[in-house]
Design a binder for this molecule. Sequence first.
Ligand code: PFF
Length: 455
Amino acid sequence: MASNGGREHWGSKLGFVLAAAGSAVGLGNIWKFPYVTGSNGGAAFVLIYLLFVLILGLPIMIAELVIGRHTEKDPVGAFKLMAGRSPWTIVGYLGVLSGFFILSFYSVVGGWTIGYIVKSISGSVAALHDSDSAKSLFSAFTSDPLQMIFYNLLFIVSCMFIVIKGIKNGVERWNKILMPLLFIILFVLIGKGLTMEGGLSGLSFFLKPDFSKITAASIIAAMGQAFFSLSLGMGAMITYGSYLSPNEKILNSAFYIVILDTLVAILAGLAIFPAVFAMNMSPQEGAGLIFHIIPVVFGNMPYGSIFSVLFFILLFIAALTSGISLLEVITAYTIDELGWKRQRAVLVFGSIIFLLGIPSALSFGVLADAKLLGALTFFDFMDKLTTNYMLPIGGFCIAVFLGWKYGLDKTIHELDPDTKIISLKELWAFFIKFISPVLVLILFIMLLRSDFIGR
Ligand code: PFF
């Protein structure tokens, strides 16, 4: 469709796959996946999650990349181009808004990772020998308003710095270096966790399903986690797809991205749960889980502080490559639709996101008791609103729009032209028209019931 001659394209196929995988792989895999799995009963949750990744995530990932490359636009521009002046453009705006909301709390956790790099270097992590001291370190840190705001700012500024440099020089170059590093450090951690005494019971918690632990809430959490972890439902993949050159293969790339993302989540689980059980800690620690566990592992091993620095650098890197994709969605929108210069867009919207993030940054301290909807801190509210509501609604609309309104016949040529397996395209078309939207709808009705009627 569109061919805006001057649009920047990814420099290479590997560059694109690594950048898109860099968006997908982030705190969602290493911080969120273990704690949500831990709170939802372990292996059975993991299985349901994997199922959703396959039947919801993969088809919607392909759909977003198709829309992005087809239109060469940001999410709002893409819907404007494909749907004209119709309410469908709301889907694009919803995506941009989701980017704002997610980055506002994401950068808080991103800030924690920087704080823990500093703590690891200064030796306060190496001094931890039991879970109680790790917990008190974490709560003293996250309840200190000045540190929270400072580190939040530092994280946002890091994202802004890279996004200002532009898609090829900034986003692509960093991901190429950082992603392989991430795998190496994860393997080192797994090796350590599995050799700890008692670690194997953590492995069975993570890998041996007990379906009696599954509830409606955990099924919904698995759906939200799939959207969040794969960066779907808000147009991040539309935006990254828009920089994809016409000869790149979408099906092929989507498979790689989904496999990489899932692999990192599983590796993170393998790294965390053996340690949790070896240290007789509960997997249900919530958002603090990895910050309660990992420092103690390091505190009890030789050269622990070096490993600790490496681990938190890894987490920071993973968070950064996702944070930049969130900011890129908003930036692409303002550049494409409002005609702003990249630098101005990043400075203005980065600052707004920082301000919006302040209540989330304070949610573990001074604002811990300020509850929204009766039970949620501002941080939890933003997380739940985006993960359980905005992203699945966005994904649902993208599938329905492409499958039913715009028509797959106009876009299917975007898929790998030389794919011999024609049925693969048909399979995707079937999923995007029927399976994905119907499944999200059913889960959404379950969610509404559990959030508003079930209480
Ligand atoms: N997928 C990222 C993670 O797992 O940390 C978070 C994220 C990035 C969600 C970009 C949504 C998005 F558009």
